[in-house]
Structure formats: C-alpha cells, structure tokens
Design a protein around this ligand. Structure first.
Ligand code: DX5
Ligand code: ZN
Length: 222
C-alpha cells in the first residue's frame, strides 16, 4: 500500500497557517478541518480562509468537512482548487450527486464516517469515491484518545475496497500517533491524519517522517 501522512493543522497556530504548512514539507497533504458548530460542537474556519491558504501553498489540500448542509457547501472547496474534499455521509442528502460534482470540478471525492456509522450500507457507493475516511474519535476536537473499537471497521472497509479492486485511499483520523499507527496499518489503513502528534512536537516534520517509516515497516511485514 502507498502510505500517506496528512497532518491536521487543527492544533497548530491558526494565525499563521501558511507558516505551519511550511513546517511539514514531508507531508503528502495538509488536512484541514472545517467545522460549523452544527454537525459537530465546534467552530473552526470556512471557505474564505481555505481560498486564501490556497494562494500560499502548492501542497495537496485535503479538506475534511464536518458541516451540515454539506451538499450545498462542498463543491465550493473543489472549485477553490482543493485536491481532495471529504464530506460526512451522515450530513449528505445526495452523496452520489455530490461525489460526481466534486470529481467534475477536478477534486478527489471522499466520504467520512463517524465511529458508530457502519460502512456496509455504503458499499455500492464506493465506486464513486477516491477515499474513505474512518473517524477513530468522535469528530470535533483534536487531542482525543484513539478508539480501538474502530479497528474491525477498518478491516471490513479494507476488505470491501480490495473486493472492488479500485485504487481508493483508506484514511483514519483521530488519535493517530506512534502508539496507534501500527494497529491501523495492520488493519488496512494507508492514509493517516495526525494533528496533536505532529504539531505538538518541536519538529513537526521529523514526526511526519517517523510516522511514515513506522507505517512502512508494518506495511511491509503484513
Ligand atoms: C477531529 C479532526 C481531526 C483532528 C485530529 O474531529 O477531524 O483531524 O485534528 O487531531 P488528533 O490527531 O490530535 O486526534
Ligand atoms: Zn479531520
């Protein structure tokens, strides 16, 4: 599997986003958490900030929309030049239409699931997607503890993706660190969001590199 590390800037210095992105040159993408205090009990930033950041970085922008009315708002992020846009399935009324719209605008389309949302009802949707994001904490805040109960779902999702035979990324988000990344790789994840583990460190890029090496070691062993 191609291992990808996509750090979240949620717990970074939000007043200097461009500067923070420049501190993680080894990352495969920067993961940006958009929250509206409706879908989750927290409020972060929206499209205007993302549009501004776009002008400051050429790094792949991986947008994680934790917002209600996502069918209405998500296409704007693709139109702003974000390479990947993730919507929560729990917030979308027309996910097939939305995924097609995102792809037509040139973005990758991704579907996110809360920890208690099963993947099986969405099996037929997978062919419309470029990535599945499995939350490994309840969405809303950085710095929470990884939920081990998500591991069987990671394994079942990997099996569905293998059956489909298309190149979809399987991303995990929440509580990912040196302590938890190995069990996620072993379960079949290949794309890792890490927020506090990366930006809580003095040298964020060294953590990105170390997480990648750790994941690759496990990946080549399984
Ligand atoms: C939480 C966000 C995450 C968060 C991860 O709802 O989706 O991307 O920033 O932070 P850590 O790695 O600290 O759990
Ligand atoms: Zn996220």
């Amino acid at each position: 599997m191609g291992i990808k590390i996509t750090p979240s800037i949620l717990n970074a210095d939000l007043a200097d986003l461009a500067g923070e992105v420049a501190r993680i040159p080894s990352a495969d993408a920067v993961h940006l958490d958009v929250m509206d205090n409706r879908f989750v009990p927290n409020l972060t930033f929206g499209l205007p900030l993302i549009e501004n950041l776009r002008a400051h970085t050429s790094m792949m922008m991986d947008i994680h929309l934790m917002i209600a009315d996502v069918d209405r708002w998500a296409p704007g992020f693709a139109a702003a030049g974000c390479e990947s846009v993730t919507f929560h399935i729990e917030a979308s009324d027309a996910p097939v239409k939305l995924a097609r719209e995102l792809r037509a605008l040139g973005s990758r389309a991704a579907m996110a699931l809360r920890p208690a949302t099963a993947i099986e009802p969405y099996e037929d949707l997978l062919g419309e997607l470029d990535m599945v994001l499995l939350m490994t904490v309840e969405p809303g805040f950085g710095g929470q503890s990884f939920l081990d109960l998500c591991l069987p779902k990671i394994r079942r999702t990997r099996a569905l993706l293998d059956k489909l035979g298309k190149e979809l990324w399987l991303q995990v988000d929440g509580g990912i660190s040196a302590d938890t990344i190995e069990r996620c790789v072993a379960a079949g994840a290949d794309t890792f969001v890490a927020g506090s583990a990366v930006f809580g460190a003095d040298d964020p890029d060294a953590v990105v590199q170390a997480l990648r090496e750790q994941a690759l070691r496990v990946d080549s062993a399984v």
